[in-house]
Design a protein around this ligand. Structure first.
Ligand code: N01
Length: 542
């Protein structure tokens, strides 16, 4: 790890913009706003940059977006940077962040180990009073929340969890020092994207691996590849067009687009050919690149599920295990929970040292000092991994005391569910903008695509306000209602509400059930452009 200069003691007293979080979004905002001459500073809770990739350093963690989708589009950055794999590991991603930091000279305006604890809007002065957890404070005209969609890990209330005497880590709170898997008895709770990756590694190294699966993950073949310099030199000839195409697509990947046909209007042969092609291409092609009604129509969806199931079952030896991992009947429609990419996930369950436990049929009853007790059995572990996900998109906000007009708390405003206009701002909280937030395309968008789309929009908006000598922008309640309607209709007309996923806020008990992300990057872009072209329609400017 690169040693960071401790700038914590030099927190500026007064800013134009405070950026919160040093992941893809925050770093881009710092760079762009500085370029525009704003007085901007960034605070980061961790001791280094990288955001998600700083915190999620569990064994096997790697990104599900292929090169070159998961990087900034600026030529000054990609020209001299080469990746070693098509889907880079967290270690390589952190090296990339350090490279970006050096190229753009970002760290000099970042305070590390600095966690924003409170943000109170001062209505008389039209600025935010911002308090850090360690007691320091500052004021800023605008605050840009770049805390990411997975800022808050979700740890279920498992009775006895604190009693466990072995090592126990949530995947997003993985320690920096190496955690030994080799020769140990490892238990993993959860089979989402994080679980899949850690299970693949633990299966190779652990003496015994026990996986507690509540819902099977409909994981897709990643098709990882090594990348050499020559290949990337050739690829780079097309980078400008590819990056320009990214935000014109539904998911923010330049080359993944569904055919404009229903899965039900083509012949069996044609459907199979499309599925085979996407399957072979790997990545998210099979999720977002087949037919236009896969996430809309249950019968169409079933054809994709059946294809996935049959392909997957071919890889699993024991028919009983195959039925648990890839059931005859779908646990939910295909693709309405995040599919996740795998490399040898299903083969892991053919190994003698690996056991799959159905924790829906035999739920976890308690954690003991030595392991996990289910309704039927007690399992002993040296290491227990909680791959149980996140209080996604809203959880990070709930952890900060945010108060807007009249001292109203954001948690109160959002008590019935998150409410925003364009997933960027919320009524009653002027001069606070959010990136990768609820009701933006976050969950359905390749990260850096959204970073640049939303980031450029916000920078242009702040420059517009400065040019017009305005000091305040606020989403109107009417625009917020209308945007909530759009999201509600999206949930109703698609199959997305048919699973208890984090997309619907349904993975955390008691959280309001609502579709938390906007589906369709291209449509989202259009809505943002329209608002800006009409003097920021949906916002009041003063
Ligand atoms: O979390 P998840 P994640 N008892 O919520 C289970 C991104 N990401 O960290 O499905 C037993 O998907 C839960 O079971 P169920 C990506 O967007 C990206 O894996 O609720 N089990 C589920 O299996 C991803 O979607 C990358 O029935 C319990 C699991 O825990 C998002 O982060 C890598 C339980 C949680 O799965 C979140 O993924 C990693 C309980 N009490 C993450 N509570 C890449 O780009 C929960 N579970 C590669």
């Amino acid at each position: 790890m690169v040693e960071k200069t401790d700038t914590s003691l030099q927190l500026p007293a007064k800013l134009d913009v405070l950026v919160v979080g040093a992941g893809f979004n925050g770093l881009y905002q710092l760079y762009r706003l500085r370029q525009q001459g704003f007085n901007v500073h960034l605070v980061e809770d961790g001791q280094d940059i990288g955001g998600t990739w700083y915190w999620n350093r569990y064994p096997g963690a790697r990104v599900d977006s292929n090169v070159p989708m998961y990087e900034y589009s600026m030529e000054e950055l990609w020209r001299d940077w080469n990746w070693t794999e098509r889907f880079p590991s967290w270690q390589e991603l952190l090296r990339y962040f350090h490279y970006v930091d050096e190229k753009l000279d970002l760290s000099r305006d970042i305070s590390f180990n600095t966690r924003l604890a409170s943000a109170h809007f001062d209505e008389d002065k039209n600025h935010w009073k911002l308090g850090m957890q360690d007691g320091r404070s500052l004021v800023s005209r605008f605050v840009l929340m770049c805390i990411g969609g997975v800022a808050k890990p979700y740890i279920p209330e498992l009775p006895g969890l604190s009693r466990f005497a072995g090592e126990c880590y949530h995947t997003a709170q993985w320690p920096e020092q190496e955690v030994k898997l080799e020769g140990r008895r490892v238990g993993v709770i959860g089979t989402g994207a994080s679980g899949v990756q850690v299970i693949q590694e633990a299966g190779r190294e652990a003496e015994q691996l026990t996986v507690f699966q509540r819902t099977p993950i409909l994981a897709l073949p990643m098709r990882q590849q090594k990348l050499d310099r020559e290949t990337q030199d050739r690829m780079k000839l097309e980078y400008p067009e590819r990056f320009a195409r990214r935000p014109q697509t539904r998911g923010g990947f330049d080359d993944i687009a569904a055919i404009d046909k229903s899965a039900l209007e083509v012949s069996d042969e044609e459907r199979l050919a499309v599925y085979e092609n996407c399957w072979e291409r790997g990545g998210f092609h099979f999720w977002m690149g087949t037919f236009n009604d896969i996430l809309m129509d249950e019968t169409a969806n079933r054809t994709a599920y059946d294809f996935w199931r049959d392909k997957t079952r071919e890889r699993i030896h024991d028919p009983a295990v195959a039925e648990m991992l890839a059931p005859t009947e779908p646990p939910h429609p295909f693709g309405v929970k995040r599919p996740s990419l795998e490399q040898w996930y299903f083969e892991v369950f053919n190994q003698d040292n690996v056991r799959l436990v159905d924790s829906r049929a035999t739920p976890i009853e308690e954690i003991t000092t030595t392991g996990v007790r289910t309704a039927e059995e007690h399992f002993e572990f040296d290491l227990l991994v909680l791959a149980t996900g996140f209080d996604a998109l809203t959880g990070g906000y709930a952890d900060i005391d945010i108060r807007g007009i009249g001292g109203r708390q954001l948690s109160e405003h959002w008590s019935g569910g998150a409410r925003t206009h364009l997933g960027v701002a919320t009524a009653g909280f002027p001069n606070m903008m959010m990136m990768y937030a609820p009701q933006s395309p976050a969950a359905f968008c390749n990260g850096p695509t959204c970073t640049e789309l939303q980031g450029d929009w916000i920078v242009e908006c702040l420059a517009y306000l400065r040019e017009k000598r305005l000091t305040r922008i606020e989403a109107t309640p009417g625009a917020e209602d209308a945007w909530c309607e759009v999201l509600a209709e999206m949930a109703e007309t698609s199959l997305l509400s048919k699973a208890d996923s984090w997309y619907m806020g349904a993975n955390v008990p008691g959280k309001p059930r609502q579709l938390l992300s906007f589906l369709g990057v291209n449509d989202y872009k259009e809505a943002c452009v329209d608002s800006a072209a009409n003097n920021y329609a949906g916002f009041t400017l003063d």
